[in-house]
Design a protein around this ligand. Structure first.
Ligand SMILES: [Ca+2]
Ligand SMILES: [Ca+2]
Ligand SMILES: [Ca+2]
Length: 205
């Protein structure tokens, strides 16, 4: 009987030790797994951004300028039929990527059939439609998969001169087009987790 009790007690101790071991392992492994998932998402964002970059460059080769977006273009940009932009919270000109990369959309100003006659899209596969809070405002949005990063937020881009100002066709002024992933926090103004990719840096066309 005494022996039986000892065995039983030992068994309970064993169970406690095993549970403790599992708890400790889980405590180590779950953060490790989360870290791996986050790393995989960052890699996936880089791959998607490089696809989008190629799409933008192909579009620009065909139509003669980079994708247009809703916003307030300068008169010069309108004259070029290009580059409307939206102002981001940080004062930079940050735009959500245009559907023009995927669809002909004659109703979408500044679509202009003369200017856009070189369009040979779609330049990127739209992917499936997903529901996500793409602009991080707390309200769900329905968007095509290509437009959002692995955290479900819009890829953004800036289209400015090399000093971050609206592009003017003056001597010494270069155009810089940058793709931006807001990173895991979905917030473009927090720069430390952002992923940037230069799409174009060169003379204005
Ligand atoms: Ca939203
Ligand atoms: Ca995506
Ligand atoms: Ca961020």
């Amino acid at each position: 009987m005494k022996l039986f009790k000892e065995i039983k007690a030992f068994t309970i101790m064993e169970v406690v030790v095993v549970i403790a071991a599992i708890a400790i392992l889980a405590g180590i492994l779950i953060p490790l797994t989360m870290h791996e998932i986050e790393k995989a998402k960052i890699e996936s964002a880089r791959a998607e951004m490089s696809n989008i970059k190629e799409a933008i460059l192909a579009y620009a080769r065909d139509v003669g300028f980079h994708p247009a977006n809703p916003g307030n273009p300068t008169p010069e940009e309108i004259a070029r039929g290009a580059f409307p932009r939206a102002a981001a919270a940080n004062g930079n000109f940050t735009s959500i990527l245009s559907d023009d990369l995927v669809v002909r959309n004659p109703e979408d100003p500044p679509w202009n059939s003369t200017l856009m006659q070189g369009w040979r899209g779609p330049y990127i596969s739209p992917g499936k439609t997903i529901v996500t809070d793409a602009d991080n405002d707390g309200i769900l949005d329905t968007v095509n998969e290509w437009k959002v990063d692995p955290w479900g937020h819009y890829y953004l881009y800036t289209n400015t001169d090399q000093n971050g100002n609206p592009v003017q066709d003056n001597p010494g002024v270069q155009r810089v087009v940058t793709l931006i992933c807001a990173g895991p926090d979905g917030e473009p103004t927090t720069l430390d987790d952002n992923i940037n990719l230069i799409v174009y840096w060169g003379e204005i066309y």
